[in-house]
Design a protein around this ligand. Structure first.
Ligand SMILES: Nc1ncnc2c1ncn2[C@@H]1O[C@H](COP(=O)(O)OP(=O)(O)O)[C@@H](O)[C@H]1O
Ligand SMILES: [Mg+2]
Length: 274
């Protein structure tokens, strides 16, 4: 199991009159190499669950083992390290950094990992090829369509070779056809790259394309079914060759358009570094 949740509870406004229980005791295991969807109505707790799965947030109660590591007890810097090494994120709104190229966006996590210029560039180009964006590498996000932006975001999510890709409503801002194309990419990444993929969606048609559908309602798991699609053999974990906290090896943009472009912030979500 790459993910094991036991009795996960998440509450907001604890001890106040408006205390809110959003996750009400979730127990769940996800096998390495599987392609799982989590479906549920808006407000059912999907994003709250994703934040916990992605070590962006800690549960109020319960245990979370990620690759055997107990996440709930970790300090912020350790959480950040786990996220960086093990998890790739894809969001509904793409979350790309504006005014830098697709290539620079994909290079950014590698830059913060301390990878050298040539390694970053080669890896980022390989990933952009994987998602069919080799012709648009030099384009900035505002020059790309929604589907193209999401393909770049998927490439970026894979930059640090994560064992798990978490995608929160990745097709939510796209039309049906573009959404299907994005799903095709996830399926290919699952099959060819053998990653564990957790797809959060409220679209049941998309969920049927995954191996397993977990249904949540009002903060609880109310359904868990296999679709009959086959899981992939997981990719063996690889040791990270460089420290995720290593200083940037060199300026990301070359030539830098301004000295400040050497100081691009790392990819983040709601103020938390990914
Ligand atoms: N940071 C927060 N503080 C307070 N309430 C929150 C917070 N995040 C989510 N909630 C509440 O938790 C519930 C579930 O939200 P969410 O996990 O975003 O659902 P979903 O992604 O399924 O739409 C909602 O009622 C939402 O208002
Ligand atoms: Mg949500």
């Amino acid at each position: 199991m790459v993910i094991e949740l036991k009795g996960i509870v998440k509450k907001y406004f604890i001890g106040k009159p408006n205390e809110l229980s959003v996750l009400k005791g979730m127990t769940l295991g996800i096998e390495a190499g599987s392609f799982v969807s989590i479906v549920g109505q808006s407000g059912s707790g999907k994003s709250t669950l994703m934040n916990i799965l992605g070590a962006l947030d800690r549960p109020t109660e319960g245990e979370y083992l990620l690759d055997g590591v107990a996440v709930a007890q970790l300090q912020d810097d350790e959480l950040s390290q786990i996220r960086n090494q093990k998890i790739g994120f894809v969001f509904q709104t793409f979350n790309l950094i504006p005014r830098i190229s697709a290539l620079a966006n994909v290079e950014l996590p590698l830059f913060y990992k301390g990878a050298g210029r040539r390694e970053r560039r080669e890896r980022a180009m390989e990933l952009l090829r994987l998602v069919g964006m080799e012709d648009r590498m030099e384009h900035q996000p505002n020059e790309l369509s929604g589907g193209q932006k999401q393909r770049v975001a998927i490439a970026r999510s894979l930059a640090n070779n994560p064992s798990i890709v978490l995608a929160d409503e990745p097709t939510g801002a796209l039309d049906t056809e573009t959404g299907n194309m994005v799903m095709d990419i996830f399926r290919r990444i699952h099959r060819e790259e053998r990653r564990t993929i957790v797809l959060i969606t409220h679209n049941e048609e998309l969920a049927k394309q995954t191996d397993r559908i977990i249904t949540i309602r009002d903060g609880q798991i109310v359904g868990d079914q296999s679709t009959g699609n086959k899981a992939a053999t997981p990719v063996p974990p690889t040791a990270s060759p460089v420290s995720p906290t290593a200083a940037p090896a060199s300026c990301l943009l070359s030539p830098p358009s301004s000295p400040a472009s050497c100081l691009l912030p790392p990819p983040s979500y709601q103020g938390v570094r990914l």
